[in-house]
Write a protein that binds this ligand. Structure first.
Ligand code: DOR
Ligand code: ZN
Length: 361
């Protein structure tokens, strides 16, 4: 990577945790990711969820069709694990091409997780088949028990589910998604081989005060919820330390404005419009810009056994103002940093502009 005071050139990155939804919403958000990332692991929590290889391949085709003309982007797929998933589905997924694993949503833990797993022991047979075939388990790591304090749900999940699971299936490859606590960082650092974690821009850039800054801030609400400053510092130290177990996964999760600004607003932060730029801010803040390229472009690909991407993307340090909202069908989308500045921008892209092909569709 060549760094200068105002420019960074890096290999084209991968977003290893992304929600693009479907239909109009997908057409609105996908160009932002495709303008920055060569590939992304697409989350399967649609309504209804993407539970079979056949559904995942159809969804993959819809994503490719929604890309702006001439844009190259590879969707990587994962299937939604349910209590009823059969071990044979793991074999079909393995044979399907471009399906990297299964996503574990504990039932009730987050957005569109009601079809998720009610007890991890119910999927032991599938996990065993995944372990044999080398499919990866992506984990939403929070217990769903409403009696557990919301800030403790990740730590509780490590103790009661993840740690025993990693021991029961010693060769199962696991990605602990969107980690948000010091406890999760410690777990990953000390875990056996084959365990890694994704980290989002919001958990690197904000702590829980951002949920209440000047009033209730629904656009800063995601799950796992933002944690303390000590947790944020621990995440920053982990990614800037260069450990190969940590890699980029934005968890960009669009919801229309009305669904966010509601008495019971949805969890999810949309960050795809400035994803790489926001990570650059976070790494720069701790003097770790040279670690951005391995985090964004190497560790994820290496963990999944994929070739690193060719091609490059250039970021320049030139502040720009994020639009207050973005079009998304008949609704609007309120992006992270709405109406505020982002310090970096992608060179050769008009900052904040809807990428070519997205407008008016
Ligand atoms: O904040 C979140 N939004 N966390 C999740 O786990 C799901 C996501 C979504 O799909 O909106
Ligand atoms: Zn997610």
């Amino acid at each position: 990577m060549s760094t200068g005071p105002t420019t960074i050139t890096l290999r084209r990155p991968d977003d290893m945790h992304l929600h693009v939804r479907d239909g109009e919403m997908m057409r609105a958000v996908l160009p932002f990711t495709a303008a920055r990332f060569a590939r992304a692991l697409i989350m399967p929590n649609l309504k209804p969820p993407v539970t079979s290889t056949r559904q995942a391949l159809e969804y993959r085709r819809r994503i490719l069709q929604a890309l702006p003309a001439g844009v190259r982007f590879e969707p990587l797929m994962t299937l939604y694990l349910t209590d009823r998933t059969e071990p044979a589905e793991a074999d079909r997924a393995r044979a399907g091409g471009g399906i990297l694993g299964f996503k574990l949503y504990p039932a009730g833990a987050t957005t569109h997780s009601d079809a998720g797993v009610t007890d991890i022991r119910r999927v032991d047979a599938v996990l065993s088949r995944m372990e044999e075939t080398g499919l990866v388990l992506q984990v939403h790591g929070e217990v769903a028990d409403p009696d557990v304090d919301i800030f403790e749900r990740e730590a509780r999940f490590i103790d009661t589910v993840l740690s025993p699971l990693a021991a029961r299936f010693p060769r199962l490859r696991i990605v602990f998604e969107h980690i948000s606590t010091r406890a999760a960082v410690q777990f990953v650092l000390c875990a056996r081989e084959g365990i890694a974690a994704t980290v989002t821009p919001q958990h690197l850039l904000m702590n829980r005060n951002a949920l209440f800054a000047g009033g209730l801030r629904p656009h800063h609400y995601c799950l796992p919820v933002l944690k303390s400053e000590a947790d944020r510092e621990s995440l920053l130290a982990a990614v800037a330390g260069g450990n190969r177990r940590f890699f980029l996964g934005t968890d960009s999760a669009p919801h229309g404005r009305a669904a966010k600004e509601a008495a019971c607003g949805c969890a999810g932060i949309f960050s795809a419009h400035a994803a790489l730029e926001l990570y650059a801010e976070a790494f720069e803040a701790v003097g770790g810009l040279e670690r951005l390229e391995p985090f964004a472009c190497e560790h994820g690909a290496d963990f999944y056994g994929l070739a690193r991407n060719s091609g490059q993307i250039r970021l320049i340090k030139k502040p720009w103002e994020v639009p207050a909202s973005l079009p998304c069908g008949a609704d609007r989308l309120v992006p992270l940093r709405s109406g505020e500045r982002v310090a970096w921008q992608v060179a050769d892209e008009p900052p904040g502009a809807t990428p070519a092909g997205a407008a008016g569709r």
